[in-house]
Design a protein around this ligand. Structure first.
Ligand code: ADP
Ligand code: MG
Ligand code: MG
Length: 869
């Protein structure tokens, strides 16, 4: 039987990388082997964890002996013995999975101390205070992690002791104070577990290893994995690391640092340092840490070592690192390194700089920027170096982050907003009557409603953050308070929301301003040389069209005409058309709309100057243009509303079904398009590339008739104007009958929002925030199919449509204009399908450009390419 090895020393090469050793273990081994100062230690592999889990939580055979051998080797290196009463070897036991799960699993420091050894440590170091400080930390951490004792009891005792001694900070406690604290802690331990604190170092070690394995299965770790789609069967590694002590006095300390600024990507000194402290003290906020630069004056030798080490780590990993270090008696030790989490701006800047510095290739730079993150570049985001706690989560309805005072109605929002205050409008849900408040709010938080709720749609349109459908939120409007996952807050209290993740945070979190920069253009420009997909934008107005071009859009893939119908001065005319008794009345109203639509199209064609523009004819059901029955006062209007009422409007009289029943509507629209095209060509000398698109086609016959209508009107108006006539593909039947439909179409554009709804039988508004949330939480589905294309289902329908459509017309133009057109994974899929273009909201154009370039590079085997450079 091949013997499985479960343990590797940091200085031993192993075949497995982070999958086997975990991220932390792999980093420690790699640093050790490149000669960076790291305390000695070893890693128990994720294989061991998996074996432990599948063995019904018993340690696999031989693991005990293997650990013992590595403890011996560690003793050799350290020149101290584990469990020794006089000069004990102390270790930390640290979890570390392949995928980083910050704060989810546990670490124990100072393991190996007991009542005797603490005396020994005091003796050999001549520092009783330090020895006691280390022991009290061990009892607390071990109690919490191994025995599940609630940490608050320990914290409370520490606070009480400081108060009794009249000191503000734990460093001001004396050795004797800490000796008292140890006794109290041991009493807590005994009370909570019914046992004395274990005095045997090896027992401590074994139980700690098991506790770390067990923490992989803790409820919070499970929830975390589900949230971030991390598989449950990876397991965690355990790192046993010789302790180095930052709590020995003022020539010692602990800190964290980034090799570049994680907010901006600039080179320079970024990090924090806390003298005379251990482990998590820096992030725990026990004392205020000093900026890293202050370390230079206090510990010049260690500081120089740190700078040199940071440089070497970047050169080695060819990426920005986030490190943890400790200084013991002026000597530097690295305890962790990993790729730094960073803002999109920092990622872009660092990537461009690293190409300049010769650290990475252009292709590396393109590959390593996360397109999903680019969204942030255009919106403020939470400062990644700040610490915060998420109080509740809702739907990430509109990206960006905002902090502000809670206001509970639109009037207050308007008042305070206009007075220059930053406010977050908090409502059960919003209605069009809230619009004045929405305009003034920095962000919007609602308890009800999904991704297509009023608040969500309006917020996205305005480009401001929105978290919608936050279940944990309730509002007491008479008391002017809200409760958020158990906490009660009053109007005027400060709240922070992150519409990119759906997080709601109590209090203020520092924000990083959006930074559109030349560096992004540089990387996107490199990417443009590789991508095959064109990128267009969905834009309904000349302003959106202009913005889209600024971001590099190569045309408009979806111009919705209904928004033009909704405009304030036009709605009465549209209603007149809907209310008309017959065709003649409708035509009269449509004649008034014709010049308005023509004007809209002219402005958009001009903004796009010769680039393709796809215009979709009227799509929504007519009731959307009428008031609700409750609001309508006019009796004739009420009757009409009732006539138009449908049980399921999404599947009702809309799209081409409407266009076929009331052909005069589409005739007017086609006329407006053709006239606008001719006018713009005459004016500018440049002919727009017009594409007329018919929505919701399921049958060839529908499109055949509509094409006839289109051709007829165009001939009448201006036979010289060139245009294409095509269709949305957004119904399953259209996909499977694409060969027939293609006979009538010059192009297809996949409407994946409706296609997802109809293929899955999910109505989006009834799914998101409701059963779909349950599905995602319970892992029935891994991803929201409205955000990331359901490649195996909806994607297969698309594949069929592409194959059959092109079988009829090999050069059929193919695109996508659903929201998926701006989602990186879906863009990659569109690349693979061989579509000609993707179309997405203007703000997502940069992201789609990058995703398309990455897909092209991945296809070309960018990995080998980069490796050979
Ligand atoms: P996390 O994954 O939560 O960061 P770590 O295992 O990295 O947990 O450890 C928690 C803290 O303890 C970190 O600040 C780390 O640097 C410190 N630490 C861990 N092991 C040692 C050690 N052997 N000596 C000194 N400090 C340590
Ligand atoms: Mg750490
Ligand atoms: Mg549609």
């Amino acid at each position: 039987m091949a013997s499985t090895r479960f343990v590797y020393d940091f200085d031993e090469p192993s075949a497995g990388g982070r999958e086997l050793l975990g991220g932390k273990g792999a980093g420690l081994a790699e640093m050790t082997q490149m000669g960076v100062p790291v305390p000695a230690g070893f890693t128990i592999t994720t294989d061991a964890c998996r074996a432990y889990m599948s063995n019904g939580k018993t340690l696999p055979d031989g693991l005990g002996e293997e650990i013992e051998r590595h403890v011996s080797a560690l003793q050799e290196k350290a020149g101290k013995r584990f469990g020794d009463a006089n000069d004990p070897l102390l270790v930390s036991v640290r979890s570390g999975a392949a995928v980083s799960m910050p704060g989810m699993m546990d670490t124990i420091l100072n393991l190996g101390l007991n009542d005797e050894a603490v005396q020994g440590l005091a003796g050999t170091t001549g520092n009783e205070r330090f020895a006691n400080d280390s022991y009290r930390r061990l009892i607390q951490m071990y109690g919490e992690v191994v025995d599940g004792i609630d940490g608050h009891g320990f914290e409370q005792e520490l606070t009480d002791l400081k108060r009794a001694r009249g000191v503000a900070q734990d460093v001001d406690l004396t050795a004797d104070d800490l000796a008292d604290l140890i006794e109290t802690y041991k009493a807590i331990y005994n009370e909570e577990t019914g046992r004395d604190f274990p005095q045997d170092a090896r027992e401590q070690l074994t139980r700690a290893v098991r506790a770390v394995f067990d923490s992989w299965d803790s409820p919070r770790a499970q929830v975390y994995r589900r949230t971030y789609g991390i598989p449950d069967d990876l397991g965690t590694a355990v790192n046993v690391v010789q302790m180095v002590f930052g709590n020995k006095g003022d020539e010692s300390g602990t800190g964290v640092a980034f090799t570049r600024d994680p907010s901006t990507g600039e080179q320079g000194l970024y990090g924090e340092f806390l003298p005379n402290a251990q482990g998590e003290d820096v992030v725990a906020g026990i004392r205020t840490p000093a900026p890293l630069a202050e370390m230079r004056g206090k510990l010049p030798h260690a500081f120089e070592q740190l700078l040199e080490t940071m440089r070497r780590l970047e050169e080695h990993y060819r990426d920005m690192q986030d490190i943890e270090f400790t200084v013991e008696d002026q000597e530097l030790y690295l305890l962790q390194t990993r790729s730094a989490k960073r803002t999109a701006a920092a990622a872009v800047k660092a990537a461009v700089d690293m190409v300049d510095e010769g650290l990475i290739s252009r292709e590396d730079a393109i590959a390593r920027i996360d397109p999903a993150q680019l969204d942030q570049l255009l919106h403020p985001m939470l400062d990644p170096t700040a610490h915060w706690e998420v109080a509740a989560k809702g739907l990430n309805a509109s990206p960006g982050a905002a902090s502000g005072k809670i206001v509970l109605d639109a009037d207050t929002a308007e008042l305070r907003g206009k007075a220059g205050e930053s406010v977050i409008l908090v409502r059960w849900e919003t209605t069009p009557d809230d619009i004045h408040g929405l305009i003034q709010a920095a962000g919007i938080l609602t308890a009800h409603g999904g991704m297509t709720s009023h608040a969500a749609v309006v917020a996205r349109g305005m480009g401001k953050p929105c978290v919608a459908g936050c279940d944990a939120l309730s509002i007491d409007i008479s008391a002017r308070t809200i409760t958020l996952g158990g906490q009660t807050l009053s109007e005027g209290d400060v709240l922070t929301i992150d519409g990119g993740t759906g997080a709601v945070i109590v209090g203020e979190v520092p924000l990083v301003a959006p930074q559109v920069n030349d560096d992004l253009e540089t990387v996107l420009g490199w990417g443009d040389e590789h991508r095959r997909l064109r990128v267009r934008a969905n834009a309904d107005t000349p302003e959106d069209a202009a913005k889209a071009r600024e971001f590099g859009a190569e045309g408009i893939g979806l111009c919705r005409t209904e928004h033009m119908f909704m405009a304030e001065e036009r709605l009465p005319v549209v209603r007149e058309m809907i209310m008309a008794d017959g065709e003649e009345g409708r035509r009269k109203a449509l004649d008034k709309l014709l010049p308005m639509q023509q004007g809209d199209f002219e402005a958009i064609f001009e903004a796009m100057a010769g680039l393709p523009v796809t215009i979709r004819l009227l799509d929504p059901p007519l009731h959307e243009f009428l008031p609700s029955l409750e609001q309508a006062t006019d009796e004739r209007m009420r009757r009409r509303i009732k006539q138009l009422q449908e049980a399921n409007p999404m599947l009702g009289t809309r799209g081409c079904r409407l266009g076929l029943q009331w052909p005069e509507v589409y005739e007017m629209q086609v006329r407006a398009v053709i006239r606008a095209a001719r006018a713009v060509e005459e004016r500018t000398g440049e002919a727009p590339l017009v594409e007329i698109m018919h929505p919701l086609v399921a049958f060839e016959e529908e499109l055949r008739r509509l094409r006839e209508l289109t051709v007829h009107v165009a001939e009448q108006e201006a036979p010289e104007v060139e245009y294409l006539c095509g269709t949305m593909i957004e119904l399953p039947r259209a996909c499977v009958r694409a060969d027939e439909i293609a006979a009538q179409a010059d192009f297809f554009s996949f409407g994946t929002n409706d296609l997802t709804q109809t293929a899955l039988g999910f109505s989006r508004d009834d799914a998101e925030g409701k059963f779909l949330t349950y599905y995602l939480e319970e892992g029935v589905l891994k991803k929201n199919p409205f955000e990331t294309l359901d490649v195996s289902g909806v994607g297969d329908l698309m594949r069929i449509a592409v194959e059959r459509g092109r079988a009829t017309k090999p050069h059929l133009k193919l695109g996508i204009c659903g929201e998926h057109g701006g989602e990186p994974k879906s863009v990659a899929f569109c690349h693979e399908l061989g579509l000609d273009y993707v179309s997405c909201s203007p703000y997502r154009v940069p992201l789609a450009r990058l995703a398309a370039a990455q897909a092209a590079l991945a296809e070309r085997g960018a990995a080998e390419y980069a490796a050979s450079h």
